[in-house]
Design a protein around this ligand. Structure first.
Ligand code: GDP
Length: 402
């Protein structure tokens, strides 16, 4: 029985040995699994479509490697700074003054123009009797010609047309043209005085007039006339009572490449005018045009203001031209303004604006007569180049619709 006992013991020992071996192997597998998680099979989600693995490229014989290119030295270019220029403002080319009359004079013969109408009516009658002449004279007076010039024109025409009458329309028109031209006076010097008193100084044009007459617009248009003539210009915005006036002027100037000197709103107009002339002198420009405030509060106030502006400017350079701007549509009211300004400053030239509107035309003759100063420029519209040097022949042609 002894051998049976030892067989049992051996079997049990063998079983224990095999069990221990199995447990040890299992532990080892677990350990290896934990150390290499990347080897684990990826978890497959049902919604993810795994593309089939690309077929391995068929093996081809490796191409011979190209000979390496000679290595060129790398030259780094110096960096050029990029300068972004602001877009250049577009500069206008204003129309040459000489060609403006031909374009604008037609605006004078509108049916609104009482002088043009009176003359056309006279030419349209067959026979002129005393009553017709009386009516004609009255119409001339109401067309802003003034009493003196109206009587003179009527008398002259009466005398010259007494023989042939108006039956010969061509001759009658020629007589009318001739007499009207005499009144406008082609002998007056209408050029702007732009010769500086001292060599090297700029010429200075002082522009005066009541607000609303078109003064600031005229300064802007005049800058264009001068630029078109090839002159260099600086503008002075000495109407410091209206910020809008300085703004308006700067815009006019910028369009033709002209600088505008301006002060703060309410600044002393004389100091702005001085600064403008000083800037013009420093830049060596040909002309400085100074816009002034047109407040007709009291005659003394106006006199003080304009007198001071002129005096202060003349510490730097002489004022060569004083232009009075008048709105031609204001008729007798405009004449009253003209008289006051003429007493306060030495007006050397008149600018008549809005002759294209309901102006009566005769004012050209009346204002020259009363002030003894020529009309030098006329405004015939709101366009930027609708300001023209006054041309007596062209004016008469325009009025007579020739
Ligand atoms: P200011 O107050 O005297 O400086 O007047 P502005 O220069 O501001 O002009 C007043 C108005 O008159 C503006 O609407 C201008 O366009 C207008 N104006 C100026 N000159 C003329 C002209 O010759 N003809 C016409 N029809 N309008 C003009």
């Amino acid at each position: 029985m002894d051998w049976f006992f030892w067989v049992i013991i051996a079997i049990v020992g063998l079983a224990i040995l095999i069990g221990g071996l199995v447990v040890a192997l299992d532990r080892r597998r677990q350990l290896e699994h934990r150390e290499k998680p990347e080897l684990a099979e990826p978890e497959r989600r049902p919604d993810v479509v795994v593309p089939p693995e690309a077929e391995p490229e068929p093996e081809t014989a490796p191409e011979p490697e190209p000979a390496p290119a000679p290595v060129e030295p790398v030259v780094t270019e110096p960096e050029i700074p990029v300068v972004v220029e602001p877009p250049a403002p577009t500069i206008d080319h204003p129309e040459a003054p000489a060609s403006r009359w031909a374009r604008l004079r037609r605006r004078l013969s509108s049916s609104n123009n009482a002088l043009a109408r009176a003359l056309a009516d006279l030419l349209s009658v067959d026979r002129i009797d005393a009553d017709t002449w009386d009516d004609f004279e009255t119409t001339l007076i109401t067309s802003d010609l003034g009493v003196g010039p109206a009587t003179e024109l009527t008398e002259a025409l009466r005398r010259r047309l007494a023989v042939d009458g108006v039956a010969d329309a061509t001759r009658a028109r020629a007589v009318l043209h001739d007499e009207l031209l005499k009144l406008v006076d082609p002998s007056l010097d209408r050029s702007l005085n732009l010769t500086p008193a001292k060599a090297g100084d700029p010429a200075v044009v002082l522009v005066v007039g009541v607000n609303g007459t078109g003064k600031t617009t005229t300064v802007g248009k005049l800058a264009r006339v001068l630029v078109a003539e090839g002159r260099s210009v600086v503008l002075g915005a000495a109407d410091t009572f209206r910020a809008a006036a300085a703004e308006q002027l700067a815009t006019w100037g910028a369009r033709v490449g002209v600088d505008t000197i301006r002060g703060d709103e309410g600044a002393d107009p004389a100091s702005v005018a001085f600064d403008a002339v000083a800037a013009g002198a420093e830049k060596g420009v040909d002309v400085v045009i100074v816009d002034t405030a047109g407040r007709l509060h009291t005659k003394t106030g106006l006199m003080d203001e304009l007198g001071k502006v002129k005096r202060v400017i003349e510490k730097k350079a002489a004022v060569t031209e004083v232009l009075l701007v008048l709105d031609a549509t204001t008729g007798q009211n405009g004449m009253t303004q003209a008289r006051i300004f003429a007493e306060v400053v030495d007006v050397t030239g008149i600018v008549l604006t809005k002759l294209d509107g309901s102006a009566k035309g005769g004012i050209v003759i009346q204002v020259q007569r009363e002030l003894g100063v020529p009309v030098k420029l006329v405004g015939l519209g709101e366009g930027v180049d609708d300001l023209a040097p006054f041309d007596p022949e062209g004016f008469v042609h325009g009025i007579l619709g020739e």
